[in-house]
Design a protein around this ligand. Structure first.
Ligand code: ADP
Length: 265
C-alpha cells in the first residue's frame, strides 16, 4: 500500500448523540465529506463511531452490563445493525455527493470477537477495495462473540486494529473536543490542552482522562489513548482532533498544523 490513511469520524460529531430516535448530523456530515475531498496521497479508510445510532440501542439492550441475559443482547442485534447500516448509508451518500467513490464493509458479516476483543477479522475484501481505488467505510458494530454470545466492537478498536494490520501511516481520530486535555473539558471548562502524548507523560495523562460524558458503552477518551499508544511508532502519525471545528480535518489531511493531540512513541 502506498500511504494508508485512517480517519475515524466520532459518533458525537456525525450523529445527534442525545436524539431519540437517532438522527444523523447532516450539516456536519456534508462539511466533513467536503473536507475529505482534499485527500489525495493514497488509500483511505473511514471508520464511523456509533453515536446515537449505536450507543442507545446497545445501552437499552444491556451491552454495558456484564450480567445481562443472552436473550436481551440478541434482541439488540437487529436494532443496532439497522441503525448502524442507516448511518453508514448516509455517510456513503454524502461522500458520493462529493464524488468520492466509497463502499461500506460492515464488521458484523465477517468479524468475530472473544470476550469483547477481536478474535477473527478478515481484511481481504478491504485490501482489494483499497487496491482498486475505492474508499472503504466501516463502523462500530455488534458482532458475535465466541464467549459472550455478542459484544460491541467500537470504531476506535477497529481503527487501531486496521492501522496495525494494514500498516496505516496516518490515523486521524475525530472527536468533539480539541484532542486530549488534562481533565474532561465537558465538566471542567478550564482543562488544559495536551499537544503531545508520549512514553514520558502517558501515565500522568492516562490518570486524568476519563470516560465519555455521553451515552457511551465503549470506553471514551482513556480507552482511545491507551489503544492508540499501543500502535504508536516512528513514521506513523496518530492524531486526536476536534472534528466539530471546520477545516481541522482538511488541514490535517494536507499536512498543515492545527490544534490537536499527537500520540508519539
Ligand atoms: P466520540 O463519540 O467522538 O468517539 P467519545 O465520546 O468516545 O468520542 O470521547 C470523547 C469524549 O471524551 C469527550 O467528549 C469528553 O467528554 C471525554 N473526555 C473525558 N476525559 C477527557 C480528557 N481528559 N480529554 C478530552 N476528552 C475527555
Amino acid at each position: 500500500m502506498k500511504h494508508l490513511t485512517i480517519v475515524k469520524l466520532g459518533g458525537s460529531v456525525i450523529t445527534h448523540k442525545d436524539s431519540t430516535p437517532p438522527k444523523v448530523n447532516e450539516a456536519n456530515l456534508s462539511r466533513i465529506a467536503n473536507e475529505l475531498k482534499v485527500h489525495t496521497r493514497g488509500e483511505l479508510i473511514i471508520i464511523l463511531g456509533g453515536g446515537a445510532h449505536g450507543h442507545q440501542a446497545a445501552h437499552s439492550h444491556g451491552f454495558a452490563d456484564p450480567t445481562s441475559p443472552k436473550e436481551l443482547l440478541v434482541k439488540g442485534i437487529p436494532p443496532i445493525r439497522h441503525n448502524m447500516s442507516a448511518l453508514a448509508s448516509s455517510v456513503e451518500t454524502s461522500l458520493s455527493e462529493e464524488g468520492i467513490p466509497a463502499i461500506v464493509i460492515p464488521p458484523f458479516v465477517s468479524v468475530t470477537l472473544r470476550n469483547g476483543l477481536i478474535h477473527d477479522y478478515p481484511t481481504n475484501i478491504i485490501r482489494k477495495s483499497l487496491d482498486n481505488g475505492l474508499v472503504v467505510i466501516t463502523h462500530g458494530d455488534v458482532c458475535f462473540d465466541e464467549e459472550n454470545i455478542v459484544s460491541i466492537l467500537s470504531g476506535d478498536t477497529i481503527a487501531v486494529y486496521l492501522a496495525k494490520e494494514l500498516d496505516a501511516k496516518t490515523i486521524l481520530i475525530g472527536t468533539d473536543v480539541d484532542g486530549v486535555l488534562d481533565d474532561n473539558p465537558k465538566t471542567n471548562p478550564s482543562a488544559k490542552h495536551i499537544p503531545v502524548i508520549n512514553q514520558e507523560n502517558k501515565d500522568t495523562i492516562l490518570s486524568k482522562t476519563g470516560p465519555s460524558t455521553n451515552t457511551d458503552v465503549t470506553g471514551g477518551m482513556s480507552k482511545k489513548v491507551t489503544e492508540l499508544l499501543e500502535i504508536s511508532r516512528q513514521n506513523r502519525e496518530i492524531i486526536i482532533f476536534n472534528l466539530t471545528v471546520p477545516d481541522r480535518l482538511k488541514f490535517l489531511l494536507q499536512n498543515k498544523t492545527t490544534i490537536c493531540t499527537r500520540i508519539q512513541s
